[in-house]
Design a protein around this ligand. Structure first.
Ligand code: ATR
Length: 307
């Protein structure tokens, strides 16, 4: 047995198989066992009468070789998740302009000679935010976090015209780097910067105003995680609406605070839904109706009651 052999079949997680009579969609990540994406794509495929199956692949190493193998095996489309959204970029033949600016790709679409990368997380988040009735355009935003997920949030704020965006992070340097990158993309002049980095310990510097809060740190993912990034609950009185990118658990401590203060909020489940729907639209060149999206959303929500 050749150790160097690349065989996608070996990377399929338990409970799934590469059916030869179906078109294959899939996701690369590590860990990947708990992904909800098959619920989205297999249901969409069934609703549209397409003969497709969505397979999670656990990729621990040699990402580039597996991307190539997927292309050669005619895999119609791939999602890319943690920890590969940035790392996959060198293995693409082309990248969408927004994805390039975000610096992360979560969707691969077949092109000549390889895959083209897109970022549907950002558009998925935007759809979920606007559907909830929350505004980005000309609005003031407080972002909590400056990691990988925060880059898509920040770029959404650029693309859809936020007025002022405070990036609050435990590590100030990371907030500074993200703010610099985004101010550069926005081509703000030095006196009128849209993005302002703030150390979490320095939250008091943010002017008293009304803000849309968007939480993108990983705090809350674990059931025993403590308080949100800024512990002072009075800080959240400045919120007129709130978004947490986390969908599991359904209500993080951050959302519990918002809920207690009667501030309208959403978690990340609709972002998950719409990033998947947009990816599916790319792969199949179809448009998914609102009615279908709602049906898929009810399927996703079952996950909370089945847990
Ligand atoms: P992701 O891809 O999910 O965004 P990431 O790039 O590792 O993951 O970013 C994690 C984010 O959560 C960062 O903003 C991180 O803060 P630092 O930049 O200071 O590391 C934040 N984060 C994670 N755990 C945290 C904790 N216990 N306290 C404060 N911030 C935390």
């Amino acid at each position: 047995m050749n150790n160097n052999e690349i065989n996608l079949k070996d990377k399929v997680i338990e409970g799934y198989e590469l059916a030869e009579d179906k078109e294959i969609l899939g996701i690369f990540g590590n860990p990947i066992k708990h992904t909800l994406s098959p619920v989205i794509h297999d249901n969409l495929s069934d609703m549209l009468g397409l003969n497709e199956r969505y397979i999670p692949f656990q990729i621990e190493e040699r990402l580039g070789d597996y991307v190539k193998a997927a292309y050669e095996s005619q895999i119609l489309g791939l999602n890319i998740t943690v920890p590969y959204k940035e790392k996959v970029i060198p293995y693409l033949v082309d990248i969408d302009e927004d994805a390039e600016k975000i610096g992360a790709v979560n969707t691969l679409v077949r092109a000549d000679g390889g895959y083209k990368g897109y970022n549907t997380d950002m558009e998925g988040l935007y759809r979920s935010v606007t559907e909830a009735g929350f505004e980005i355009k000309d609005n003031n935003i407080i972002m909590l976090g400056a990691g990988g997920a925060a880059r898509a949030v920040a770029y959404m704020c650029v693309k859809y015209g936020a007025k002022k965006v405070y990036i609050v992070n435990r590590t100030l340097e990371k907030a500074e780097k993200l703010a610099d990158d985004m101010n550069m993309i926005k081509k703000d002049n030095a006196n009128e910067k849209t993005f302002i980095p703030i150390a979490a310990s320095d939250y008091i510097r943010i002017p008293n105003d009304r803000y849309l809060f968007i939480q993108s740190t990983s705090i809350g993912l674990n059931a025993d995680d403590g308080l949100p990034l800024v512990c002072d609950e009075n800080f959240y009185d400045m919120a007129d609406a709130a978004v947490d990118l986390i969908y599991n658990p359904e209500k993080t401590k951050f959302l519990e605070v918002m809920s207690k203060k009667k501030i309208p909020y959403i978690n990340g489940l609709k972002m998950l839904l719409y990033q998947g729907i947009i990816a599916f639209e790319y792969w199949n060149n179809v448009k998914i109706s609102q009615d279908m999206s709602e049906k898929i959303y009810s399927e996703l929500k079952k996950y909370y009651s089945n847990k």
